[in-house]
Design a protein around this ligand. Structure first.
Ligand code: C2E
Ligand code: CA
Ligand code: CA
Length: 529
């Protein structure tokens, strides 16, 4: 994937990761607010309901007592004893204003006494399922105040109730609407604040319903026991206020969750793009291949071997140089995975090469970690078997750093040489190794680092070091390979000083195996001719 679109994708992912928790927080705030306002409306409606039910119970009790006493005594409905009882009932029933005897639409007597000529109640407005008759707007001429009353009639008796009594509950907000109604009737018995009849419809006769109609959060409840219902409605402004309060708490939490999510996403992508992960997928996708750089015999200029140098072509086409990933792979513990892969690649390429040149040798670079893993010897044995190669066809190159620690490396070199495979010390002179240190190893070749070859023919202060190195190799009986030879002058100098082999752009750059095979075929036909 091109870098630009990957970045765009990452930014988009981050925006989504941030937006989702924030949107979720807003959604939650909305939901929580609606829930809490519905709960509030429901608690008001329930309170009204409780008062209505108590009122209904007191009416039932009072009328029941009057009927019972009259039947028992055989008194007339407006006898002195009955009126006294009415007075007593009105006094003890906190929700009842008065209770009396009705004939037609006239109240003939009540807890307030005998009504000479009767008290006109007006026509019955509602009749409940149980046969209770309700008048909702009765003004009482005898009343001290001129308020209107609700008159609830069972049979011949009726109770008088203050219209505002059931809805006289205290709410924190004055603009919360409260109302009562008689189930089965599409009208309000009493109401405080604006109330819509659609609310009764929306409740559909359920015992309890809460909803939001766009303007109000509404609760409608209906008594299971008495013919009474109550409504409470909270204006939308309170809902919005509540949403803001919740959002103020939830949105920052959402933001934090979003940031955490972004960090997790970033961490996971990093992990996925980390070198070990990339190397693993690289091996799986066959992104690695080998470049073979020829090694010449300085006497004949004949190609006698080649060094296998790893190349990594990423899926996006970029070529990663080994200098860019080998050191990091060494630190990350991935180098052995790479070495194993290099050995597999060599095993695949070698048979073709060796068929053309049975004495050719292939140089393989081992890292310090490889020299400290007993597995390596086993892997080399497998290589010889899989590549149909003899030990003289393989040359192991290990840097000074590889030999640095110790006896373990010394043992490993011994084991490799015991297989018959030659070992070279690579990049010689760039580390700290001294002659005496080198003496403690039994080795076959010394590779003179390019930095020393570069000084040949110059008057740099280090230009004499190459002679010291050559001297040292001779005294230790090591064959020499000069690295990075780029000029004829360097070649001539090295040959004259007894260096046997060389490698460098003067002779050939690292090349794909197909090119190496072609070059070998060409050289052979020249020899033959
Ligand atoms: P090295 O083992 O010293 O390999 C020689 C490096 O010098 C190679 O670079 C080669 O391309 C370059 N070279 C050869 N002749 C010339 C020349 O005439 N002029 C110039 N300027 N350069 C020349 P390369 O392939 O980039 O490899 C760099 C290093 O990566 C190697 O240094 C080696 O230490 C490491 N490496 C490469 N392949 C492997 C591998 O398969 N395993 C391990 N462990 N390390 C590897
Ligand atoms: Ca090397
Ligand atoms: Ca080298």
């Amino acid at each position: 994937m091109p870098r630009a679109s990957a970045t765009t994708l990452a930014i988009l992912a981050a925006i989504v990761a941030l937006a989702i928790p924030i949107l979720a927080a807003l959604e939650l705030a909305q939901h929580q607010s609606l829930q809490s306002e519905m709960d509030r409306a429901l608690s008001y409606a329930t309170e009204i309901m409780v008062r209505s039910e108590r009122t209904a119970a007191q009416i039932d009790d009072g009328i029941g007592m009057l009927v019972h006493t009259r039947n028992a005594s055989g008194d007339g409905p407006c006898s002195a004893a009955q009126i006294a009882l009415m007075r007593e009932i009105a006094l003890v029933s906190s929700y009842l204003q008065a209770i009396g005897y009705v004939s037609g639409d006239q109240m003939l007597c009540s807890s307030m006494g005998l009504h000479a000529g009767g008290l006109a109640l007006g026509p019955v407005e509602q009749v409940t399922k149980g046969g209770t008759k309700v008048r909702n707007n009765v003004s009482m001429a005898t009343s001290v105040s001129d308020s209107t009353f609700i008159v609830v009639q069972h049979g011949e008796y009726a109770a008088v109730i203050h219209k505002s009594l059931p809805i006289d509950v205290s709410t924190q907000e004055k603009d919360v609407s409260l109302a009562t109604f008689t189930p089965g009737y599409r009208e309000f018995r009493t109401a405080r604040g604006p109330a819509k009849l659609e609310w009764i419809d929306a409740a559909q006769g359920r015992e309890q319903a809460t909803f939001f109609d766009g303007e109000y959060v509404v609760a409608v409840v209906q008594s299971a026991q008495f013919a009474t219902g109550a409504v409470a409605a909270v204006p939308v402004a309170y809902l919005n206020q509540r949403v803001r309060e919740f959002a103020l708490v939830l949105v920052p939490i959402g933001l934090l969750a979003g940031i955490a999510l972004v960090l997790v996403v970033r961490y996971l992508t990093k992990l996925q793009q980390s070198l070990p992960a990339l190397i693993r997928t690289g091996v799986r996708k066959k992104e690695f291949f080998l470049g073979y750089q020829p090694l010449v015999d300085l006497q004949t200029r004949e190609w006698v071997g080649a060094e296998a140098l790893i190349r990594w072509r990423r899926s996006d086409g970029t070529l990663v140089r080994p200098d860019q990933f080998i050191p990091e792979a060494e630190e990350n513990g991935m180098i052995q995975r790479i070495t194993r892969h290099v050995l597999q690649l060599v095993a695949k390429d070698a048979p073709e090469i060796l068929r053309r040149r049975p004495n050719f040798h292939i140089g393989i670079n081992l890292s310090s970690a490889d020299l400290h893993t007993p597995d390596t010897v086993k892997l080399l044995q497998e290589l010889l078997r899989d590549a149909h190669a003899g030990p003289h066809n393989i040359l192991i190159e290990a840097t000074e750093r590889g030999f640095m620690n110790t006896d373990a490396a010394r043992e490993m070199v011994k084991d490799i040489r015991a297989l018959g495979i030659d070992v070279a010390i690579d990049d010689f002179g760039t580390g700290y190794s001294s002659l005496s240190y080198l003496e403690s190893f039994a080795l076959d070749y010394l590779k003179i680092d390019k930095s020393f070859i570069d000084t040949i023919g110059t008057d740099a202060a280090t230009s004499r070091v190459v002679l010291h190195i050559i001297q040292m190799a001779k005294s230790l009986n090591l064959k020499m390979i000069a690295e990075g030879v780029e000029t004829e002058a360097q070649e001539k100098f090295l040959r004259e000083h007894g260096v046997q082999y060389a490698q460098g752009w003067l002779f050939g750059k690292p090349m794909p195996v197909a090119d190496l095979l072609r070059e070998l075929a060409k050289a052979k036909s020249v020899q033959a001719a």
